[in-house]
Write a protein that binds this ligand. Structure first.
Ligand code: 4AD
Ligand code: MG
Length: 456
């Protein structure tokens, strides 16, 4: 397949998302053919350039004979360069739509071979195997654009609220979120692990910088396939000195509300492509409801006794024993009782990580908080107040059968100026799934890593 260097009459090269600034002017678009219709003297080319899709109208009377024939040869995903006049046309299809290009010249860059992903429906397995091509489809394109906005909203809010970005290592010598999901690697003959979290290092960093965040990929060797779990996912983790559990929840609700509102303003066209019901997102603003784990357990068990179904599923709400962690039907049921994300706080100490501060009056529960998103998206944030007392922390390390010598530096943090401090981790993929209204996190990252899937 030859890539042609032939150039047509080139005007100012612009992108589709900026067409609104060039109405009635002559411009050049460069992109790929998404679809085409037309007959006789007229061809309608749907051209995408990475920033949107624009309808290009090729009328035989307006272009040379050679260029008109070039248009006819274009197959799906063929690459072209086209020059023409921008017309504001309310009914013009496209993303964002409303503008079309009246072609005056057109050149083929490459004619694509028969493209495996046609506009018809394909199975997910096939699409996942062709993820490198699937990303060009308009829904996948929209999801990745929303993701980019989630990421920049995260950084903007934290940067504007006094948090310093200090990133933490990916190669680590010890576990932080349980030993069952560690990915082990060989560090020059020593065992090492891919980071499950940056939190322990964040805790060191707050004593140097006050309020910090790390933001990067994290790794969990999750042994089960669910629609909420990836092996590699991105997590932003803010950590704050002189902050207790109640203050932490206030930070979280401001932060999450900002992310949602930014997506609504900056990604309206993409959310429309995804046919997202915006009314579910528009009301996301502080304060979020807060309920104790005990209350959540009561709610679940009352629903189970009454034979209620998990919203969106045919299965009844399963009962839960006090002290157990929630399964995803429990989270879905609890979250469905509210039209905003809900904080569930004071989980049983036995189901949470070793570093969480126990409730001083009731040590069987801890000063932890999960944020559950509405509409069945489940836990998007996990966080807590951290243990600040050196003696209690050492006991917890022993209780969890963790190797004491691997945590000596972490113990130091409790010796030199220990303070009440708290932090949380927000999972980017689950947040994007919620914003976009997707049934599975696999579509929220360009190249997902899932159990048994590592290609492409
Ligand atoms: O609740 P988690 O495990 O919390 C921590 O890692 C803490 N150290 C964070 C902190 O306090 N600094 O994970 C936090 C979030 C979850 O709420 C979820 O959104 C996401 O990370 N997450 C996953 N996302 C996709 N796939 C997985 N396997 C995930 N595991 C956690
Ligand atoms: Mg969690």
């Amino acid at each position: 397949m030859v890539v042609s260097q032939r150039s047509n009459n080139v005007a100012t090269v612009v992108t589709i998302e900026n067409l609104k600034d060039y109405v009635d002017q002559e411009v050049t678009l460069q992109g790929w053919l998404y679809n085409k219709t037309g007959k006789g003297k007229l061809q309608f080319l749907q051209v995408r350039d990475g920033t949107g899709i624009c309808q290009v109208v090729v009328f035989r009377g307006n272009v040379s004979e050679e260029d008109f024939d070039a248009g006819k040869q274009l197959t799906q995903e063929s690459c072209l360069r086209v020059t023409g006049r921008v017309k504001a046309e309310e009914r013009a299809p496209g993303i964002p739509g409303g503008f079309e290009l009246d072609a005056t010249s057109l050149a083929i860059v490459q004619i694509a071979e028969a493209y495996p992903i046609s506009p018809k429906d394909h199975g997910v397995e096939f699409l996942m195997e062709n993820r490198h091509l699937w990303l060009r489809s308009s829904r996948q394109w929209a999801v990745m654009r929303v993701r980019a906005t989630v990421v920049s909203a995260i950084r903007d809010w934290l940067d504007e609220h006094g948090f310093l970005n200090v990133d933490t290592p990916i190669i680590t010598p010890s576990a932080a979120e349980g030993t069952s999901t560690l990915f082990e690697i060989d560090y020059h003959g020593e065992p090492a692990y891919l980071a499950q979290t940056g939190q322990l290092y964040n805790e060191a960093n707050i004593f140097a910088f006050g309020k910090v965040y790390c933001f990067g990929p994290t790794f969990r060797a999750e042994k089960s396939k669910t629609r909420r779990h990836l092996q590699e996912f991105w997590m932003v983790e803010p950590e704050i000195a002189f902050c207790n559990l109640e203050q932490l929840m206030e930070v979280e609700e401001q932060f999450v509300s900002y992310i949602i509102q930014r997506c609504l303003t900056d990604r309206a066209a993409e959310l429309q492509v995804l046919e997202r019901d915006l009314s579910q997102l528009q009301n996301i603003a502080p304060p979020f409801p807060r309920i104790h784990y005990d209350v959540a357990v009561d709610m679940i068990n009352k629903a189970a006794a009454a034979g209620e179904l998990v919203p969106g599923y045919d299965d009844p709400v399963p009962a839960i024993e006090w002290g157990d962690d929630f399964g995803s039907p429990h989270e879905t049921y609890v979250a469905a009782q509210f039209n905003k994300p809900v904080f569930v706080h004071h989980y049983p100490t036995q189901v949470k990580a070793f570093y969480m501060e126990p409730d001083p009056d009731r040590p069987e529960v801890c000063r932890s908080v999960d944020l559950l998103a509405p509409e069945g998206y489940g836990e998007i944030i996990g966080g807590s107040e951290r243990m600040s007392d050196p003696q209690k922390l050492l006991e917890s390390i022993h209780r969890h059968e963790l190797p004491e010598e691997a945590y000596d530096w972490y113990m130091d943090l409790r010796k030199y100026g220990s303070v009440v401090h708290s932090g949380f981790g927000l999972g980017v993929e689950r947040t994007v799934a919620w914003v976009c209204g997707l049934g599975h996190v696999r579509e929220t990252i360009a190249f997902p890593r899932m159990l048994g899937i590592m290609r492409p």
